[in-house]
Design a protein around this ligand. Structure first.
Ligand code: GDP
Length: 442
């Protein structure tokens, strides 16, 4: 999970600060030395760390803070504000041309950064918002890239413009804009070619595309796992080609977080989105304040609510309410719930957004594969058993356990869990005017 180790260390420092009723200048300095070490270990750019610590320290040793009612809390508040500022303070949207005018977005980045995947993720998001995007395969050096874009384009329901791998990327870009004009596409996303390292040819090609088509936004895709290399790449791209914003991918696999904390400060360009997984829905808008809250273990309730709104549609919500009214809950509902949780990014991801849980979770072995095991048990049940848990007697339990390859105790645990959920629904159904309220098993 992103920022895991940094988060843990910072929360340790904060715990010490909170536990002290009074703070001296030396206490603050000691705490800041620990914060500095944690940031450097998270691979944050050295200069960025230096400036950050200096700003926090200057504000935190002021008499109004140290003599205030709750100095520890005040210092934490200052760290939070400075960290938000480091990542840009406010969310930045990709700029689009007004009305139906075509916006051309050039996507650049090194090979393997996640550019092609991100193009499709972004196109999918625009489509959901009612735009008419067109994906364009300008990477003619890696034939697999064209196929990959076509496959992903199909998955998100967005058309892909390609002219194979024999044409010049500039010509492809020009032709794609004409195609977009004819077909009513209002966003053109150019998936350009990456290289393993920054090289002159790649830069020249990007500049030529920009000179020949009216690119409105140039977006750089970088891989979070490459840490400070990502920051250096961004600096160079920005100086040579010019970028309007940055998308950081693979944040899901980066426990350190150095790129996200340094890139804005080093390049002066905003982080627009972060990639949180390989699936095409795993692209999140970047909110510096929410990200800071998560790093500092204060949760991110707003993102949690948004995720729920995106995942659970009205139909599902209505169906669930009806079930509650009737106090019904069976294994099919259990599967539905797990499915929704998976769509929202998995259990560990969800828990990390709840204030105070993020840090506590780190010692626990919360494993999303637990959900797979549970699903395996449910899939070993017959249709009747899933819909009517009370028929599951001892011999059925033995059969189910053998089918799923788990001990009987696991089946018992799951049956108990469903029973508890049903019990809870019975108690709640009173609130919906249902028949509930009575106690009892299945
Ligand atoms: P490109 O060479 O820059 O076009 O990179 P690709 O789009 O082909 O992506 C390279 C690899 O990174 C693929 O296996 C992607 O599935 C994976 N990838 C892309 N974005 C993410 C992300 O946000 N998280 C994770 N875990 N993997 C990602």
């Amino acid at each position: 999970m992103a920022f895991e180790s940094l988060s843990e260390k910072l929360q340790g420092v904060f715990k010490n600060l909170r536990s002290k009723g009074r703070l001296t200048e030396d206490d603050v300095k000691t705490a800041m030395r620990e914060v500095k070490r944690a940031l450097l270990e998270a691979d944050v750019n050295f200069k960025v760390v230096k400036t950050f610590i200096k700003s926090v320290q200057e504000r935190a040793v002021g008499q109004d803070v140290l003599n205030g009612l709750n100095p520890g809390q005040m210092v934490i508040k200052i760290v939070k504000e400075e960290m938000e500022a480091l990542m840009g303070s406010t969310m930045t949207e990709i700029q689009l041309r007004p009305g139906n005018e075509i916006t051309i977005i050039l996507m650049a980045g090194l090979q393997g950064a996640g550019k092609t995947t991100t193009c499709a993720k972004l196109a999918g998001q625009y489509k959901k918002k009612g735009k008419r995007p067109l994906l364009v395969a300008c990477d003619v050096y890696r034939p697999a890239a064209i196929k990959q874009l076509q496959v992903n384009g199909e998955k998100v329901g967005v058309p892909v413009f390609t002219m194979g791998d024999k044409q010049n990327p500039v010509d492809i870009a020009k032709a794609s804009v004409e195609h977009a004009q004819k077909n009513g596409n209002n966003i053109v996303i150019l998936d350009t070619a990456g290289r393993l390292h920054i090289d002159e040819n790649m830069m020249t090609e990007l500049i030529e595309i920009k000179e020949n088509v009216d690119v409105f936004q140039s977006i750089l895709v970088v891989d979070a796992m490459t840490g400070q290399d990502a920051v250096n790449v961004a600096k160079e791209f920005n100086e040579k080609v010019g970028v309007d914003g940055i998308i950081i991918t693979k944040m899901d696999g980066d426990t350190r977080g150095g790129a996200a904390l340094s890139i804005r400060s080093v390049t002066g360009k905003p982080i627009l989105y972060v990639g949180m997984g390989e699936k095409l829905e795993d692209l999140q808008q970047f909110y510096p304040d929410r990200m800071t809250s998560r790093i500092l273990g204060m949760g991110d309730v707003l993102s949690l609510i948004e995720k729920a709104e995106q995942t659970i549609n009205e139909e599902d919500a209505l169906r669930m309410t009806e079930k509650m009214k009737k106090a019904e809950f069976d294994f099919n509902d259990f599967l539905d719930q797990m499915d929704q949780m998976k769509k929202m990014g998995g259990l560990s991801n969800l828990l990390s957004m709840i204030p105070g849980v993020g840090n506590k979770m780190q010692g626990l072995d919360i494993d999303d594969s637990m959900m797979d095991k549970t699903a395996a048990i449910i899939y070993s049940m017959t249709k009747e058993e899933r819909a009517n848990p009370k028929i599951i007697n001892a011999s059925r339990k033995r059969r189910i356990a053998a089918g799923a390859g788990v001990p009987i105790a696991e089946v018992n645990r799951l049956c108990k869990q469903v029973q508890n959920q049903k019990q809870m629904m019975k108690q709640m159904s009173g609130m919906f005017g249902g028949k509930g309220g009575k106690r009892g098993g299945f």
